[in-house]
Design a protein around this ligand. Structure first.
Ligand code: ATP
Ligand code: MG
Length: 436
């Protein structure tokens, strides 16, 4: 992408109302624009990151055997009256009337709607287990929308729903999601800590939140330092096998949010006390919705039984902010490779110089052929401005092409994360990136 042709409205001023780093950086980098309190438009750069996170989430959910669907944002209130949550949900729910005065709502979550899909189509235990998920915008009229997309009113969530014949099998579905979530956060370069949690308006009796540690997090968290030092890999996890032992091991460490903290239990623990951001939350709620909404299946003995359900949410748009909280310095963002909006930024320091121009264009084209995503700064801004903008945008690599080094057919390659800069001959640039 040529920067002169891209829509990247960088802000020079630090926005005053943005209180936390990720919000400031997202505005300065032209990733989002606020439309009203807690409601944002996602501009090209921000939208690219949303798509990359969504892709990783989809890949990992698909590996568990879950199926992607897409449910609407607007729901009929009838389903919520059936489950009994229409009144319970309170002011967070945005209630709408259509032209026929029918009550609709903008979905804050989809338990009711997915239960309706299930009961319409699955009548027998043979259709189980089933896990349906979608990535869709939600609306919750939060009392205090703040910190940009971290706590928005409209936000993008991946929500999955599992259906099983009994509690034992439902526990296996829960465990699969538990491990899948750890894999997702690991691929995003984040250490997420599973913490026992309250179930809130979703209901049920088993629940874990996935929390990443960050000074600017909204909740205070306490965690056994041993968990943070563990090197976890889940690459060889087989979702068909029993995962209980693994989940038990991962939940055996002391890890709680403020509300659940009990100093009596931490006397002999090397405790890490910090703040955290909730990026995912999973629930097992048994037959709460299936009983209320008549989602029953015929068992092998012919009798009917309500299906056992769980729901599993990842805050995709919140993750963009959380990732920036975890990956930045005083110059700007430092994108992890897996979700960087561009892999490489080319800085042409002198667009008037014919060698610089020619080389920059050539490298840009060749890197694209290598499958790299490249943003080429071909503007006629001052060199200093270009360099600081590229640091602000934080792509993993920068190629800096200037007239002085170009005379000896060299340019500089900078690693944004380490800050290391090396000089490389033009004809060696492709080899350098082939291995990366
Ligand atoms: P919170 O405790 O942060 O208000 P929640 O417990 O109400 O969140 P869940 O119903 O568990 O939220 O939703 C699943 C995930 O959706 C959360 O873990 C979070 O990552 C994301 N999420 C929830 N509310 C918001 C919001 N207002 N803005 C952005 N993301 C959100
Ligand atoms: Mg939650």
């Amino acid at each position: 992408m040529f920067l002169t042709k891209y829509f990247l409205p960088l802000l020079k001023e630090i926005p005053k109302d943005a209180q936390i780093t990720s919000h400031r950086l997202m505005l300065r980098c032209g990733m989002i624009k606020q439309d009203s309190a807690g409601i944002y438009s996602w501009l090209p750069l921000g939208n690219k990151v949303l798509a990359k996170i969504s892709k990783i989430v989809k890949e990992e959910q698909d590996k568990t055997g879950a199926h992607e669907i897409l449910m609407p944002t607007i729901q009929s209130s009838d389903l919520w009256k059936e489950s009994g949550r229409y009144e319970d949900y309170g002011l967070e729910m945005l209630r709408i009337k259509d032209r026929h005065k029918r009550s609709l709502l903008y979905g804050p979550t989809n338990e009711e709607m997915v239960t309706d899909i299930f009961r319409t189509h699955i009548k027998s235990y043979r259709g189980l287990p089933l896990n349906l998920y979608h990535i869709q915008w939600k609306f919750r009229d939060e009392v205090r929308p703040r910190f940009g997309v971290m706590r928005g009113r409209e936000f993008l969530m991946k929500d999955a729903y599992s259906f099983d014949v009994d509690e034992k099998r439902a526990q296996h579905s829960y465990n699969k999601m538990f491990i899948s979530y750890l894999k997702i956060f690991q691929r995003l370069g984040l250490t997420a800590i599973p913490m026992e949690a309250d179930t809130g308006p979703i209901g049920g009796d088993r629940s874990h939140e996935f929390v990443i540690l960050a000074e600017t997090g909204e909740s205070k968290v306490y965690c056994d330092s041993k968990f943070l030092k563990m090197k976890l890999t889940f690459d060889d996890v087989d979702y068909n096998k029993d995962l209980q032992e693994l989940v038990d091991k991962l939940t055996s460490f002391y890890a709680v949010t403020d509300e659940k903290h009990d100093p009596q239990k931490t006397k002999n623990i090397d405790l890490t006390e910090t703040r955290g951001i909730e990026v995912g939350h999973i629930f097992y709620f048994g037959t709460k919705y299936s009983k209320a909404m008549g989602a029953e299946v015929a068992l092998s003995n012919g009798s009917m039984a309500p299906v056992h359900m769980g729901s599993y949410g990842v805050g995709i748009s919140r993750l963009v902010a959380a990732l920036i909280e975890a990956n930045h310095d005083n110059l700007g963002i430092i994108w992890p490779h897996s979700i960087a909006p561009f892999d490489i930024g080319i800085i042409n320091l002198s667009v008037e110089d014919s060698i610089c121009n020619e080389i920059s264009h050539k490298i840009y084209e060749k890197l694209q052929l290598l499958g790299k995503e490249v943003l080429y700064d071909d503007t006629n801004e001052r060199a200093g401005v270009k360099m600081s903008n590229m640091d602000l945008l934080g792509f993993p690599w920068q190629i800096i092409i200037g007239p002085r080094l170009a005379k000896s057919s060299h340019c500089e390659i900078k690693n944004r994360s380490s800050g290391e800069v090396i000089q490389v001959k033009f004809d060696k640039i492709l080899d350098f990136f082939k291995e990366r």
